[in-house]
Write a protein that binds this ligand. Structure first.
Ligand code: KG4
Ligand code: ZN
Length: 351
């Protein structure tokens, strides 16, 4: 069973071909960084136009890499949300057209489910597992019980962690996207130089908050005698990354307790989403898991950031269960994995 996957929900146009046994036959990703960089962030209209311009070629290239015709596919999957709606519409329309012309089933994949199930492709992890999903738009802890079955244990009450990385990078003039730049700059910095807060730690539950941390970075920079020099930038990045790591570890520790109580097993702990590419944070989480007698499972870096392999794989997982979507599926700008989750404790809750 072979599935074509399409991802267009943010600033990566991507197409991939994956087998139900987990072989990746093609994995095409085209980043729109050049288009968005002058604006210091993602401009939805520019993203939608760029997806439209590139998607046909990327799909054709993925099929050529796989050496397959559309007739040999078992189905076509596309990210159906959540994300920037113009882009999601481009991918969904492309997938529906292929499905209609070739008489194939269409699967609308929740982008977050794509991130959530990737470790089953890369590491064969069985259900249930505890998932820390950390990206530019999301910061959640979820118990993954099965395909389409998620229990949210915690979420951010304000910014996502990737968003905080991006904003700190912007304050330091490090460019966009900020996560990899902050990680690089933190390399030779002193993590103890700036005493930053660890929001939410010490409180019960598994919710996150990062906007206060970002503001504390702003204040600490304003208190410097002049514009930050390279040493200041390195120390700030290291201090910020250390604070983010402390918060993740403390919140994940609470979530592992809850997970143990509910499922009678210590883990595993899985980390996914763009921020999971951060090696320092991964190492912190691996230490936490090891101390709890369980393991951290993390997809390789290129499958942590947005890609279509995860969408094709989630599509294959859904098809295997007979989960198919109608061709009148409407793209969803918001699409929580656990719609029944109680709201996070705090203001300005994001789904
Ligand atoms: O999952 P993703 O590619 O897109 C979303 O669905 O949001 O995540 C992108 C986010 C950005 O905020 C980016 O700065 C962050 O992931 N990111 C990182 C690193 N690589 C990407 N954050 C920290 N360290 C990294 N190495
Ligand atoms: Zn993502």
């Amino acid at each position: 069973m072979i599935v074509l996957g399409i991802e267009t929900s943010c600033d990566e146009t991507a197409a991939a071909v994956v087998t139900a046994e987990g072989r990746v036959l093609a994995d095409q990703v085209l980043s729109q960084l050049v288009e968005h960089r002058p604006f210091g962030g993602i401009v939805p209209e520019i993203a939608a136009r760029a997806h439209l311009e590139h998607i046909d070629r990327l799909v054709a290239r993925a099929m050529a890499d796989a050496g397959l015709g559309f007739g040999e596919l078992a189905g076509v999957a596309a990210t159906g949300g959540p994300g920037l709606i113009g882009g999601v519409m481009v991918g969904v329309t492309c997938a529906k057209a292929i499905a209609l012309v070739h008489g194939l089933p269409f699967v609308a994949v929740n982008h977050l489910e794509g991130h959530a199930l990737t470790v089953r492709l890369t590491d064969g992890v069985d259900f249930p597992y505890l998932l820390l999903l950390v990206s530019g738009g999301h910061c959640q802890l979820l118990a993954v019980e099965g395909v389409g079955r998620y229990r949210r244990l915690g979420t951010t009450v304000d910014d996502a962690l990737g968003e905080a990385f991006d904003k700190v990078a912007k304050m330091l003039d490090l460019g966009f996207p900020g996560g990899p730049e902050v990680e690089r700059a933190a390399g030779d910095g002193d993590a103890a130089r700036f005493p930053l807060p660890r929001p939410m730690t010490g409180r019960p539950g598994c919710d996150f908050s990062f906007s206060g941390l970002k503001t504390a970075v702003r204040h600490a920079l304003a208190a410097l005698p002049g514009p930050p020099g390279p040493g200041d930038v390195a120390d700030m990045c290291a201090s910020f990354q250390a604070a983010a790591g402390d918060v993740l570890v403390e919140r994940c520790a609470n979530a592992l307790d809850t997970f143990q109580e509910r499922y009678d097993r210590p883990g595993p702990l899985v980390v996914a989403g763009g921020v999971a590419a951060n090696r320092t944070l991964r190492a912190r989480l691996a230490d936490l898991a090891a101390g709890r007698g369980t393991e951290l499972k993390a997809p390789p870096v290129e499958l942590c950031t947005d890609n279509a392999t995860m969408i094709a794989w989630a599509g294959a997982e859904r098809l295997r269960l007979g989960l198919v979507d109608p061709l009148d599926f409407a793209p969803r700008p918001r699409w929580p994995l656990d719609p029944d989750a109680p709201p996070a404790v705090g203001a300005g809750v994001k789904a």
